[in-house]
Design a binder for this molecule. Structure first.
Ligand code: AKG
Ligand code: MN
Length: 214
C-alpha cells in the first residue's frame, strides 16, 4: 500500500481563503454520480452558447432553486431550464449537506447553497480562465466537487494575467474558495482521455453557489 504524505485528508491551503480537501467526497462519490445521471434525465446536459456565439466544450446542467445559463444575451441565473421550460430539479439534500460540510471544514460556516451547477467534461473539453461573478453576494464561498477522470485545475489570481498554479483534481476532491480568493481566475485544462471505473470517459463537477439574497 502506498501512503501519500500530501493526501492524508488534511485541508490543504491554496492561499487567500482557498482550501483543497482531498478525497472529502470519496465515500459518497458513487451515489453522487448516480444522482447526477438521474438529474440529467430531467434537465439534460447541454453545450451552452457563450455571449460571443461559441458552444462551450463542457456540457452543463443545474439543480436547485436557480440554474446558471449562458446564451447570446449573456450569463445569468434562471429559475427554469430554458431547454425544457420546467423548473430545475431540486437539489438533493445529500448534495446540499456535502457542500455545507465542506464549507464548514474550511471555515465557511453558515454556507447555504441554493444552486448547484453541474459540469460534464469529455476528453478534450476545457473551461477557459474565468471568474465566478454572477452571484450578487460574493461574501459566500464556492464549493466545487470533482468526480471521475482527473483534471488539471488552473488556479490563478485577481487578474487574468496572474500566475496560474496547476492543481490535479481527482475523484472525490473538493475545492473551496472564498474570502480574498472568491474572485480569483480559474479554469480547467483540456481533459485527457481515460475511463474512470463507474463514471466512464468523463469528468463531472458540482459547483455549489449561493445566489438568492440571504
Ligand atoms: O470543473 C471545474 O472544476 C470548475 C468549474 C467552474 O469553474 C465553473 O463551473 O465555474
Ligand atoms: Mn468557475
Amino acid at each position: 500500500m502506498t501512503f501519500d504524505l500530501f493526501e492524508d485528508g488534511r485541508p490543504e491551503s491554496m492561499g487567500d481563503g482557498a482550501v483543497l480537501l482531498r478525497a472529502f467526497a470519496q465515500a459518497q462519490a458513487t451515489d453522487l454520480v448516480e444522482a447526477i445521471d438521474v438529474l440529467a434525465e430531467v434537465a439534460p446536459f447541454r453545450h451552452l452558447m457563450t455571449p460571443g456565439g461559441k458552444a462551450m466544450s463542457a456540457a452543463m446542467t443545474n439543480c436547485g432553486a436557480q440554474g446558471w445559463v449562458s446564451d447570446r444575451r449573456g450569463y445569468r441565473y434562471e429559475a427554469s431550464d430554458p431547454a425544457t421550460g420546467k423548473f430545475w430539479p431540486a437539489m438533493p439534500p445529500t448534495f446540499h449537506a456535502l457542500a455545507v460540510r465542506a464549507a464548514q471544514a474550511t471555515g465557511y460556516n453558515g454556507f447555504d447553497p441554493d444552486v448547484c451547477l453541474i459540469n460534464r467534461y469529455e476528453p478534450g473539453a476545457k473551461m477557459s480562465l474565468h471568474q465566478d461573478r454572477d452571484e450578487p453576494d460574493q461574501s459566500q464561498p464556492i464549493v466545487s466537487v470533482s468526480l471521475g477522470l482527473e483534471a488539471v485545475f488552473l488556479w490563478g489570481g485577481t487578474e487574468r494575467s496572474s500566475n496560474v498554479r496547476k492543481i490535479i483534481l481527482r475523484h472525490g476532491d473538493v475545492f473551496v474558495f472564498g474570502g480574498r480568493s472568491r474572485l480569483y481566475f480559474h479554469g480547467i485544462a483540456p481533459l485527457k482521455a481515460g475511463d474512470f471505473p463507474g463514471v466512464g470517459q468523463r469528468r463531472l463537477n458540482l459547483t455549489f453557489r449561493r445566489v438568492a439574497p440571504i
